[in-house]
Design a binder for this molecule. Structure first.
Ligand SMILES: NC(=O)c1ccc[n+]([C@@H]2O[C@H](COP(=O)([O-])OP(=O)(O)OC[C@H]3O[C@@H](n4cnc5c(N)ncnc54)[C@H](OP(=O)(O)O)[C@@H]3O)[C@@H](O)[C@H]2O)c1
Length: 324
């Protein structure tokens, strides 16, 4: 597995997203044993970057990762996130990046993860009620204390990124970036100017780009895709054509659509680390194999020319938390 730098943090260029093991999708949390085997298999295959957040569950995804990493801590760059749980306030799904909340959040994450340091600690969403300077100063104090090694942002936009980086170097921005979600390309020049890496979340379009999702009735009521505009109604039908195009290119490349979606992201630069999520051993093997897939210039051009997804990234409530 090739390695890249996010700021000065070295990681495998394909990571593993752990969220779906506990949260968000139909079947999440139903087979922790297979999820743990998936994490172990990822490590064997050379993945070092594993992504979680306190909000996933909430809390149980960090606990699961802590359990899986017992005795293997040194092999892993643990990335987790704060800011979507307000500990002294209204609880989960409330923005709070105040210094006091961060100081509480970090202790919980360290405990659940069973470690004395977090390698990459992201603000999950920008908090309009706390100046970013105050947030980053608070995380920088955790760096001084050795509890955090590197600082990240998620779904922050240009001015916030610049202001945050002026307080303390930011190693990575984690935002949605995939064949059907390309607005991060507008942020790449700034990230490159500042030496910040891009961690591409949902690189498989929440599974849609793999071609395995063919019907809206695939989603249970707790699955956030059931209310995601790309996965519902007319948009769903229109997006099927996009998944079919990826499938056709995969066929030509002798690869799977998931591998094509990941390899396309890798072709965009050696400062981009996709973190495909899966809770299955067979799929982590498939996804990691994209490290060896070289698409031709013609295949890349075809992928570049695909239309964007029909429908916004997230439902309306979630979109309000995304800074643009
Ligand atoms: N910063 C943020 O705000 C944010 C937001 C969303 C996600 N994330 C992070 O990014 C990670 C990945 O994003 P994501 O889970 O939303 O989306 P994703 O990686 O685009 O897709 C994950 C979905 O695809 C399925 N899948 C994975 N590999 C597959 C394959 N080879 N063939 C067919 N289906 C496959 C998974 O199902 P199975 O699990 O059943 O295999 C899961 O339903 C998350 O785990 C999380 O750590 C961060």
């Amino acid at each position: 597995m090739k390695h890249i730098l996010l700021g000065d943090l070295e990681v495998s260029r394909i990571g593993l997203g752990a969220m779906g093991m506990s949260h968000g999708y139909t079947g999440s949390g139903t087979d922790d044993a297979e999820s743990i085997r998936t994490i172990h298999r990822a490590l064997e295959l050379g993945v070092t970057l594993i992504d979680t957040a306190e909000i996933y569950g909430p809390y149980i995804n960090e606990e699961l990762l802590g359990k899986a990493l017992k005795g293997r801590r040194e092999q892993v760059v643990i990335a987790t996130k704060f800011g979507l749980v307000s500990h002294a306030g209204d609880g989960p799904w409330n923005l709070d990046s105040s210094p006091a909340n961060i100081r509480t959040a970090v202790e919980g994450s360290l405990k659940r993860l069973g470690t004395d340091h977090i390698d990459l600690y992201y603000q999950h969403r920008v908090d309009p009620n706390t100046p970013i300077e105050d947030t980053i100063s608070a995380v920088a104090e955790l760096v001084e204390q050795g509890k955090v090694r590197h600082i990240g942002l998620s779904e922050a936009w240009l001015e916030t990124i610049r202001r945050a980086h002026a307080v303390h170097p930011i190693a990575a921005l984690q935002s949605e970036y995939s064949l059907w979600t390309r607005d991060q390309e507008q942020a790449l020049p700034l990230l490159r100017e500042l030496g910040i890496g891009l961690v591409a979340y949902s690189p498989l379009g929440h599974g849609f780009l793999t071609g395995q999702i063919r019907s809206e009735s695939d989603f249970g009521p707790d699955d956030f895709r059931a209310t995601n505009p790309r996965f519902t109604g007319e948009n769903f039908q229109r997006n099927l054509a996009l998944a079919d195009e990826v499938q056709a290119i995969a066929h030509e490349a002798g690869a799977t659509p998931a591998q094509v979606a990941i390899a396309w992201l890798l072709s965009k630069g050696d400062d981009i680390a996709p973190i495909p999520g899966t809770k299955r051993v067979s799929r982590v093997e498939e996804n990691v194999a994209a490290d060896d897939l070289e698409l031709t210039a013609e295949q890349l051009a075809k992928l570049d020319s695909l239309p964007p997804a029909a429908g916004g990234h997230h439902n309306e409530t979630q979109m309000q938390m995304i800074e643009r």
